[in-house]
Design a protein around this ligand. Structure first.
Ligand code: SPV
Ligand code: MG
Length: 245
């Protein structure tokens, strides 16, 4: 997050994919909630329990050396759940969490058709403070992710939340957008003071040249679901080829 150049995290969802990401040269791994859920065959709605996710992260951590950022969704409950989560994650060697300001159980940000409810700002700030108070390793990172654009709010709400989360001690702010272009991210970056690093997840605006993310002053870009999508296609292909022949 504090590298002078833009850095990239690549998604992994088990030990094998985590090792592949490290061997490809990425300096860190995104333990995606969507991808880990999909690999278990369940929806990205906290249907897999947090201990099941931690078991996966334990395998990922054992076979890699680069930092792993956990997609911690909403923290799996309230501030008490967040404290237990951070405590366990440090034990399995996870480098940080990214926590989003929605309600437990969450749904995937890219699902259309309804306004995803957001947490109260104060309540979410309490979770950030709980995570920061719990960590024993100074390097453990807590990234606060605002879903305000996802929920249909305007830039004022996004800025209000980003500033409140920075005040609460977040190490970086992730602003998510589900548009197929980077306009919301451009709008935010132009108004953001840079008081904590900016993290982006261009799942839906992945055609954007990475140069733009550099120009906007982003610190970290997360390629969030690409390995699970790649292995679904490859497994479908080989299974049907072998079945047909
Ligand atoms: C995930 O990978 O689970 C994410 C990123 O939260 S996205 O699915 O693009 O919202
Ligand atoms: Mg997720």
């Amino acid at each position: 997050m504090h590298s002078p150049s833009l850095e990239f995290l690549m998604e992994a969802h088990n030990g094998l994919s985590a090792r592949i990401v490290e061997e490809a040269g990425f300096s860190g791994i995104w333990a995606s909630g969507l991808s880990i859920s999909a690999s278990y065959g369940v929806r990205d709605c906290n249907e897999a329990s947090w201990t099941q996710i931690i078991e996966t992260l334990d395998f990922m951590s054992d076979c890699t050396n680069v930092p792993i950022l956990m997609d911690a969704d909403t923290g799996f409950g309230n501030f008490n759940n967040v404290m237990r989560l951070v405590n366990k994650l440090e034990k399995v060697g996870v480098a940080g969490i990214c926590m989003e300001d929605k309600l437990f159980p969450k749904v995937n940000s890219l699902i259309e058709g309804f306004k995803q409810p957001l947490a109260e700002i104060n309540e979410f700030c309490g979770k950030i403070r709980a995570a920061k108070d719990t960590q024993k390793n100074d390097d453990f990172c807590v990234i606060a992710r605002t879903e305000a654009f996802i929920s249909g709010y305007n830039i004022n709400e996004v800025l209000k939340r980003a500033n409140a989360y920075a005040d609460a001690g977040a190490d970086a702010i992730l602003v998510h957008s589900k548009l197929d272009n980077p306009s919301q991210i451009i709008q935010f970056s132009k108004l953001w003071t840079g008081r904590i690093p900016l993290v982006l997840v261009p799942t839906t605006y992945s055609d954007t040249p990475t140069e733009l993310f550099r120009d906007l002053g982003a610190s970290l870009v997360i390629w969030a679901n690409h390995n699970i999508r790649a292995c679904i296609s490859a497994m479908r292909d080989i299974s049907s080829k072998i079945y047909m022949n």
